[in-house]
Design a protein around this ligand. Structure first.
Ligand code: SIN
Length: 282
């Protein structure tokens, strides 16, 4: 396997690898897993594998989970279909910086996304390194957020585009989660800035140091959250991948955010995503 970094901060392309082989080859899988921790998102082209092989490869990382809104392939549970075509109503919701499913108590470990069909141009996906985003924060901001926690809701982002009834039913099924604003990577020990589009507010902002009068909480907390969310937008932390049929991205969902660029209508874009169950952030 040859590894070529794609930027100075995140992402590498793997060459001479067939993911179907990594299902049975422990050494190859271990190398891919180690590269994932180092580069946070890995890319491969020419992966003409079956859906069963896609699922089997992702299962090497752990159990898979479905998505409550995007349906799964009925013959391959755990393979979520992110299929877009001109018949689908607007607004769409993929074009927002996010970490997958942080509205869960235990958000995903990561994903293996394969392109089945993509527009001739457009429909790229971008990822941002949230370890670097944390590292580069000014010292006083790191101090300010060290003990903060945030609420994450399925109502934010794609939930907000639904009818009131559907949104409330979804929230009843998936109640809000609360996570630390700075989480620790369970494998590398790195600190990660862990707020994204699903974060609605801080839950423990009200301390005498931060809030003299109740009135101080606004705009203080809101401005701080907006500032933290904006860190993923910095190009220095990003990589952008141009899809081709059968290309694959494997990402560490704990230490990254991503953004699916929605510049391609009326073209068709079909992606299969295997989402690996993760741990509760600490
Ligand atoms: C996602 O948000 O997980 C999907 C990314 C994509 O379709 O490019």
């Amino acid at each position: 396997m040859r590894i070529e970094p794609l930027t100075c901060s995140i992402g590498a392309e793997l060459f001479n690898v067939n993911l179907a082989h990594a299902v049975h080859d422990d050494g190859l899988f271990a190398s891919i897993r180690a590269a994932l921790l180092k580069y946070r998102v890995l890319f491969l082209r020419g992966q003409d594998i079956t859906s069963a092989e896609h699922v089997a490869f992702a299962r090497r990382f752990g159990e898979l989970e479905d998505h409550p809104v995007a349906g799964s392939d009925p013959e391959h549970p755990g393979l979520v279909r992110i299929y877009k075509d001109p018949s689908q109503p607007s607004p769409r919701y993929e074009n927002v910086w996010h970490t997958d499913a942080t509205w869960r108590e235990a958000p995903p470990f990561g994903c293996v996304l394969r392109c089945r069909e993509c527009p001739p141009v457009g429909g790229d996906t971008m990822w941002a390194n949230m370890v670097l985003a944390y590292e580069n924060l000014p010292a006083h901001v790191k101090e300010q957020i060290a003990d903060l926690r945030a609420r994450h809701s399925i109502e934010a982002s794609f939930g907000a585009a639904m009818s009131i009834e559907r949104r409330l039913a979804l929230k009843a099924q998936y109640p809000d989660a609360e996570h630390p604003v700075v989480r620790t990577h369970p494998e590398t020990g790195e600190k990660i800035l862990f707020v994204n589009a699903f974060a609605t507010h801080f839950t423990n902002y009200h301390t005498p140091q931060r809030v003299r009068f109740g009135q101080d909480a606004n705009p203080g907390a809101g401005q701080l959250l907006a500032y933290l969310l904006s860190q993923a937008y910095l190009p220095e932390y990003q990589v952008r991948w141009r899809w081709t049929k059968n290309s694959v991205a494997i990402w560490d969902n704990r230490s990254t955010q991503h953004y699916a660029v929605m510049d391609y209508p009326p073209s068709v874009r079909q992606m299969d995503r295997a989402t690996i169950v993760g741990n509760r952030p600490v």
